[in-house]
Design a protein. Structure first.
Length: 68
């Protein structure tokens, strides 16, 4: 996909691992499959802003968006 999709996916992966969660565990918190979480982290699937917010809540993190 795009560079930004890959960057966001990497950020999700890093945050998930820092919280000690597997992709399956994060998927359960989000009501998604492990394959869907894997797709997000690999940058193969686009996230909506709503889904990105749900990810941040599931990881107990604050979502910040900066437009420069």
């Amino acid at each position: 996909m795009s560079e930004i999709t890959e960057q966001v996916g990497q950020m999700i992966r890093n945050a998930r691992k820092a919280k000690g969660l597997t992709q399956k565990e994060l998927g359960l918190k989000l009501g998604l499959t492990e394959a869907t979480v894997n797709g997000y982290e690999a940058g193969r699937q686009n996230l909506t802003l709503e889904t990105l917010l749900k990810v941040s809540v599931a990881l107990d993190m604050q979502l910040e968006i900066n437009l420069k």
